[in-house]
Write a protein that binds this ligand. Structure first.
Ligand code: NAD
Length: 498
């Protein structure tokens, strides 16, 4: 039974509610996860609150040193962690290592906290008056994370939260809960004091406690848009600071002057890597002109038919694409393919009925390609979160831009072109938070910030980078004067500096 991690030890969950954890590669139930009750969750909040005064007063340098040791430990345990990710999520081993690496980059960024949390200082803002700002921690912070990046997304949050002097409660996805316990154990091995980082397994019941308990000061969320909206509205109504990242429909525009082989390589990885279960996956390609569309359709069809689909672990030659997360999700993605065909899109490659020898009960959907998709179709409007690529045909870059800007999501997008001016226009005018120029998955590095626009993000601040530091701190500005014996007069006008 997978339980909680509170006060630096594994803790049994008192609730009777559980869910099976499945290996999606073969469909077998491999464990059970306990779903925390209100009191299980409150136990974690109490631990985090008790740890906060001491932790927040530790010097940033010493907090950073713990994170340095943590980084080394994650590196030493990389294979085991990747195996754990692959076993419960399904992604292939090298992709799991990639996820760990992107998470570690945030740890590296957070190791620079003595510099990042310096605040600002101005000498002589008035005669003999100085002013400085202090970036103070908030207290107990919570992170609620999705299944698709069980390490990277938590590591977008907690390294910065901890480095800035907060304590943290992670509520990971109930679909792949094990790796969070390993991350907690490594933090303890790195020297993290008791109660500073806690893990609560659970579902809506524990999330609602994190959203309502007044001891929790900030909530960082990543997941689907309806839940992001719920988290943002509930958390904000309860006076918390909230950032809630939601779903996506990421378009890649291919211009007539693009190198089409390069574009096809990019599309294969961006649409089918991690079986399309990435919030930055490309799920729509917009071909500019029929000639580009016809060539892309031909090249992509051939490549998708050759995709190596199978388990993410235990293979001498690694597969390119693993299974989807659950049986239900596999059915949902297949139903979208049914719908696309029914609504009149041209199904060029059909990933339904994908069977992997020896893994017949795994949750596989093969790479799927639709052509002639139009903006009114369900497969265009909704996030599918699977290996389904839709192609739309546009006559010009402006038409493509209009299409993208009208979509409700605005997470990531890319343009493939040899024309610098077209790329510049695209970057300036597209209403999307993360843009790639000849880069299909423009996930910002740890020292920049990650976040979408429109219904892909609720709240003003993005994840990690400077926004991450701002999210997990609040500003205090101190104005100081040390009078040199002169008598101060009572002054009844608004103070102005002279
Ligand atoms: P999800 O919304 O189902 O779950 C996310 C988290 O919310 C989980 O911890 C889950 O336990 C919790 N949750 C689920 N239902 C809840 C409810 N009713 N009340 C309170 N909490 C609830 O998302 P998922 O299926 O795990 O992840 C896939 C989604 O996440 C996709 O939509 C994807 O686009 C999105 N995602 C977005 C980003 C981004 O950066 N924008 C990154 C990764 C994933």
């Amino acid at each position: 039974m997978i339980g909680n991690y509170i006060n630096n030890e594994l803790v049994r969950v008192t609730s009777e509610r559980t869910l099976p954890v499945t290996d999606p590669a073969n469909g077998k139930v491999i464990d059970q996860v306990a779903l925390s009750s209100v009191s299980d969750t409150e136990q974690a909040i109490a631990a985090a609150e008790e740890a906060w005064p001491t932790w927040s007063k530790m010097t940033p340098l010493n907090r950073a040193r713990i994170l340095f040791r943590y980084k080394a430990l994650v590196e030493q345990n990389m294979d085991e962690l990747a195996e754990l990710i692959s076993r419960e999520h399904g992604k292939v081993h090298s992709d799991a290592v990639g996820e760990l690496t992107r998470g570690l980059e945030v740890v590296e960024f957070a190791c620079g906290i003595p510099h990042l949390q310096k605040g600002e200082h101005s000498r002589n803002v008035g005669g003999d008056v100085d002013s400085h700002s202090m970036m103070m921690p908030l207290g107990v912070c919570a992170g609620i994370t999705p299944f698709n990046f069980p390490v990277m997304v938590p590591m977008w949050m907690f390294p910065i939260a901890l480095a800035t002097g907060n304590t943290f409660i992670l509520k990971p996805s109930e679909k792949n809960p094990s790796v969070s316990l390993k991350l907690a154990a490594l933090l303890v091995e790195a020297g993290l004091p008791s109660g500073v980082f806690n893990v609560v397994q659970g579902d809506k019941e524990s999330v609602d406690v994190l959203l309502s308990d007044s001891r929790v000061k900030a909530v960082s969320f990543v997941g689907s848009t309806p839940i992001a909206e719920y988290i943002y509205s509930q958390g904000s109504a309860n006076g918390k600071r909230v950032q809630a990242l939601g779903g996506a429909k990421n378009h890649m525009v291919v211009m007539p002057d693009a190198d089409l082989d390069q574009a096809v390589n990019a599309l294969m990885g961006a649409a089918f890597g991690a079986a399309g279960e990435r919030c930055m996956a490309i799920s729509v390609v917009v071909a500019i002109g029929d000639e580009v569309a016809d060539k892309l359709a031909k090249k992509l069809t051939a490549r998708i038919r050759e995709l190596r689909v199978g388990p993410g672990y235990g293979q001498s030659i690694e597969n390119e694409m693993g299974p989807l997360i659950t049986h239900d999700h596999m059915k949902k993605v297949s139903a979208y393919i049914d719908k696309g065909a029914a609504e009149g899109a041209t199904l060029l490659v059909d990933g339904r009925d994908c069977s992997v020898p020896g893994y017949e009960n795994g949750f596989y959907v093969g790479g799927t390609l639709f052509d002639d998709v139009t903006p009114d179709m369900t497969i265009y409007r909704e996030e599918i979160f699977g290996p389904v690529l839709s192609m739309l045909r546009a006559k010009s870059l402006n038409e493509a831009l209009e299409l993208i800007n009208q979509h409700e999501f605005g997470n990531g997008t890319a343009i493939f072109t040899a024309d610098g001016q077209a790329a510049r226009d695209f970057c300036d005018n597209v209403e999307v938070g993360m843009v790639g120029v000849n880069v299909p998955i423009p996930v910002p590095m740890a020292f920049h910030s990650f976040g979408g626009w429109k219904r892909s993000l609720f709240g003003p601040l993005h994840m990690h980078g400077n926004d991450g530091v701002r999210f997990f701190t609040r500003m205090k500005t101190v104005t100081t004067r040390w009078p040199k014996n002169q008598q101060q007069q009572a002054d009844f006008v608004m103070p102005t500096m002279k």
